[in-house]
Write a protein that binds this ligand. Structure first.
Ligand code: HEM
Length: 154
């Protein structure tokens, strides 16, 4: 179960990135061109938050199953000396939870705004902040500590 969850968690990262990037692009173009907030814009607002929530749920289960995380909490003192353990035990979860809260607030706020301009602006600002946090918290293969693959297969 652990390795299956890891494969899905790794893959869904791309879905999260595609949805959030495309929503930001739509919000930017909509704002610049002063156009109406369409049903498609609203669908991307909604689905970006939903995909982030699916990733959150998988992440929470993964957190309870991960041998790295288990080791981190068992050997707390010495684990803080190890960047990989600290990353998966604390940094990744804190940053990703923050990013998903930001996406959720942004999505809810954009929905409640009264004008097209305000809807686009809210989505643009909140989703961009979340994207930066997500990008920082992903264990990219090029990172010196515990870089994970771009694509994990079964
Ligand atoms: C937008 C949100 C998130 C993204 C994009 C994301 C992305 C990733 C990626 C790419 C990996 C590496 C997968 C691999 O080894 O191939 C990973 C690992 C992990 N993630 Fe996330 N994650 C997110 C949120 C979360 C959350 C909220 C939690 C916990 C509540 C979490 C827990 C974990 C754990 C425990 C691992 C490492 C498991 C292990 O190697 O034993 N993730 N994440």
């Amino acid at each position: 179960m652990y390795s299956t969850l890891l494969v899905f968690h790794s893959l869904i990262r791309w879905l999260v990135l595609v949805f959030i990037l495309y929503s930001i692009y739509r919000a930017f173009v909509g704002l610049v061109n002063d156009r109406a907030f369409s049903k498609t814009d609203n669908a991307f607002r909604h689905w970006t938050a939903t995909v982030a929530h699916i990733q959150l749920m998988i992440g929470i289960i993964l957190y309870t199953k991960s041998p790295l995380v288990k080791y981190f909490w068992k050997e707390k003192e010495s684990s803080f000396q190890n960047l990989e353990l600290t990353f998966y035990g604390l940094i990744h979860i804190i940053l990703m939870l923050t990013a998903i809260v930001v996406v959720t607030i942004g999505s809810a706020k954009a929905k409640r705004q009264q004008t097209n301009k305000k809807k686009f602006k809210t989505m643009l600002v909140w989703f961009s902040i979340a994207l930066i946090i997500i990008f920082i918290a992903i264990p990219w293969p090029f990172l010196p500590f515990s870089g994970r693959p771009y694509f994990r297969i079964f």
